[in-house]
Each structure stands twice: as C-alpha cells, then as structure tokens.
Design a binder for this molecule. Structure first.
Ligand code: CAA
Length: 260
C-alpha cells in the first residue's frame, strides 16, 4: 500500500504511522484522512502487528489542525453531506481494537489535538502544545474536541481553551490528565516505540480487553462498566494465554504467549 501524505513502517510488531506534510505543519486534509483510515485498517487486519504509534514529521508539529486552506471555500452542504471527519470516529476509534499511542511532537491543535485524543493514550514531547483554537476561525471543534478534551481535563480547562483558543503546554497537559507522560523531544519516538513494543508483546486478547474496558468507563454508567469489566475478565479466563500466564508465574518462568 503506498501513501503520499503519511509514512507507514513496521518495526517488529509495532506499526509506526507518521503524518508527513511538514511544510503545512502536518495539517489534516482529506487525503490524510483517507490514508489514515486505510493505514489503520491495515494495522488492525495484520496479525503480526500488536500496537501502533502515530506521530508527526518534523520537530514542530504533530498536526496543526484540519487543513484550513482546504476548508476555506468548501460549502457548508459539503461538510454536512460528506459527514466531515465521521470516518475517523468510525475507523480509528470504533473499529481499531488493537491499542495505539499518539506521540505528540509539537503543536497538536484543532483536529490535531482531536486526533491525538482518539489514541488510547498520548505521550507528549516537552515541546508539545495542545489547543482547540477553532473559535478564532469562526467555528468550533468538529472531531471530538469539545467532548474528549472535557472528559480528559474537566469542564473548566476545556471551556477556557475552547472559548479563548489558548494552548496548553506539556506540563499543564500532564498535570491535567491529558497526557500519560512527558518525554524530551529527542527521545519521544524511541520511547513511544519501546512502549508500543511492550504492549505488542502482551497477550493479544488481554490487550484488546483491557483497552475495551477502560474505554467503557467513558461511555457507560459505573454499573454497566463494572459488569462489562467482569464479563471480559471472565472471558479471558477461558483463554490459552490465561492458562499459560498463570502457569508461568507459578513455575517461575517467562510466559510464551499464543495470542489466543
Ligand atoms: N491548515 C493549513 N495550513 C496550515 C495549518 C492548518 N491548520 N497550520 C499551519 N499551516 C501552514 C501555514 O499556512 C504555513 O504555510 P505557508 O508556509 O504556505 O504559509 C505553514 O503551515 C507554517 O505555518 P506558520 O507559518 O503559521 O507557522 P508558525 O510557526 O508561525 O505558527 C501555528 C504555527 C501557531 C501552529 C500556526 O500555523 C497556526 O495557528 N495554525 C493554525 C492552527 C489552527 O487554527 N488549527 C485549527 C484548524 S480548524 C480544525 O482543526 C477544525 C476541526 O476541529 C475539525
């Protein structure tokens, strides 16, 4: 599969996807959207791959948002009829069951921040800057920013950021709960790939179940989430990897995972 706006590489069991429009600060145009959907579908379908990392090329930006130049003259009917950006929610979030990490290497603004927040977690370079500045363009977030940012950092910070367009630096983002960890920019990719490798080496069914149950916490009531967790736990007890993991612990040896 060949792409023009993204780079896709396999590093062992990890798929590295790099947004590759550095001159436009990796702005997300329709071609990027379509190519990302195809790259994530290929990652999901490839049994050799256990985790993905999404990052931006260049040192300045993960992605500075949806492509303003592409959107500037687009009629409202096109946005509505094409259900602009619905594909990402469907394909990157809903049907990508395997875990993926956003390695945010600079600006993550507007759609860039929203794309990062679709990841299972964010690792941020110390230079990362997050924001939803759409209000300054006369619009508002359109790919989940008002919902995911609010769930991640709470109403006060999300509302202030959406209403003023101010950016949040890496330290504030970590203390607010938006990012899992801060890493020096020079080490970000290595760290993200190592973290992804650790996840890719975990028993596959358990990785998918862990992701699913944590995500359920955002979408259901506590009672439903707890039930969902218990049922997934119970299903995992029937897996070959449960038998192997527990036997390996008792026998004091490394487990040999089958992914089933
Ligand atoms: N779309 C298209 N092009 C963009 C872009 C974007 N979102 N962001 C940056 N670029 C382009 C610039 O036009 C510029 O291109 P030229 O060299 O051809 O002029 C190039 O990238 C470099 O950008 P700057 O010269 O502006 O770089 P800077 O260092 O001075 O500023 C910045 C960096 C603060 C990130 C600034 O580029 C900026 O404010 N970008 C726009 C951020 C934004 O508003 N994002 C939200 C977009 S709307 C959205 O995402 C909608 C949604 O939720 C669905």
């Amino acid at each position: 599969m060949s792409f023009e706006t993204i780079l896709v590489e396999q590093k062992g069991a990890v798929t590295l996807i790099t947004l590759n429009r550095p001159k436009a600060l990796n702005a997300l145009n329709s071609q990027v959207c379509a190519e990302l959907v195809a790259a994530f579908a290929a990652f999901e379908a490839d049994e050799t791959q256990g985790c993905a990392v999404l990052t931006g090329s260049g040192e300045k930006a993960f992605a500075a948002g949806a492509d303003i130049k592409e959107m500037a003259d687009k009629p409202a009917a096109d946005f509505f009829l094409q259900d602009f950006f619905a594909d990402w929610q469907a394909k990157l979030v809903k049907t990508t069951r395997k875990p993926w990490i956003a390695a945010v290497n600079g600006f993550a603004l507007g759609g860039g921040c929203e794309l990062a927040m679709m990841a299972d977690f964010i690792l941020a370079a110390d230079t990362a800057k997050f924001g939803q500045p759409e209000i300054k363009l006369g619009v508002a977030p359109g790919m989940g920013g008002s919902q995911r940012l609010t769930r991640a950092v709470g109403k006060a910070k999300a509302m202030e950021m959406c209403l003023t367009g101010r950016m949040m630096g890496a330290v504030e983002a970590e203390s607010a709960g938006l990012v899992a960890r801060i890493v020096p920019l020079a080490d970000l990719l290595d760290d993200a790939l190592k973290t992804a490798q650790t996840i890719a080496e975990m028993p596959r069914m358990a990785a998918i179940a862990n992701k699913e149950m944590v995500n359920a916490a955002f979408e259901t009531t506590l009672d439903q989430g707890l039930l969902h967790e218990r049922r997934l736990f119970q299903i995992l007890t029937a897996s070959a990897d449960k038998a192997e993991g527990m036997a390996a612990f008792v026998e004091k040896r490394a487990a040999q995972w089958q992914g089933r």
